[in-house]
Design a protein around this ligand. Structure first.
Ligand SMILES: [Zn+2]
Ligand SMILES: [Zn+2]
Length: 152
């Protein structure tokens, strides 16, 4: 099977009001263990996929997106976290205050609906972990990830 160089993935929030596609392969795949990602996700870490901003297209519900400017980070950056105002699913974040990611959109992998190429599960395996100093004890080493104490 020849891999599709520009796969398109569909994503949606829990209530399906927000539906989007993301085209291309992620630049990187990250588990973030920072306190703010824990709060924001309501879980023990957040699984994030980094894409160029122009990879993202909304099919519906963009008006349902609420955005929170998260100024209480210890990196000093201000990520903008966007979530569905109806069901609360975390959809994406952006961070214009950080040079490395200002052209990127960070998509939560849990809101993706599947992968037409069949390769997505492999592609979305995290390759990096941020804020390992905040990693909860029972989250074990995943294998092939590169671990960072903080964001870098
Ligand atoms: Zn929703
Ligand atoms: Zn984080």
């Amino acid at each position: 099977m020849t891999p599709n160089p520009q796969p398109t993935y569909k994503g949606s929030c829990l209530c399906k009001a927000i539906q989007y596609t993301i085209t291309g392969t992620p630049l990187t795949t990250v588990l973030c263990h920072c306190t703010n990602c824990k709060k924001s996700s309501g879980s023990s870490f957040q699984a994030n996929l980094f894409f160029k901003k122009d990879c993202l297209n909304f099919q519906s519900g963009q008006d349902k997106l609420s955005t929170y400017a998260d100024a209480a980070t210890d990196s000093g950056g201000i990520p903008h976290r966007s979530f569905c105002s109806v069901c609360g699913s975390n959809i994406l974040s952006t961070n214009d205050s950080h040079d490395l990611v200002k052209d990127l959109v960070i998509i939560t992998s849990g809101c993706l609906d599947g992968w037409p190429t069949g390769e997505g599960e492999k592609e979305f395996r995290p390759v990096q972990e941020y804020y390992c100093k905040r990693k909860v004890e029972w989250v074990r080493v995943l294998g092939e990830t590169k671990e960072f104490e903080g964001m870098t």
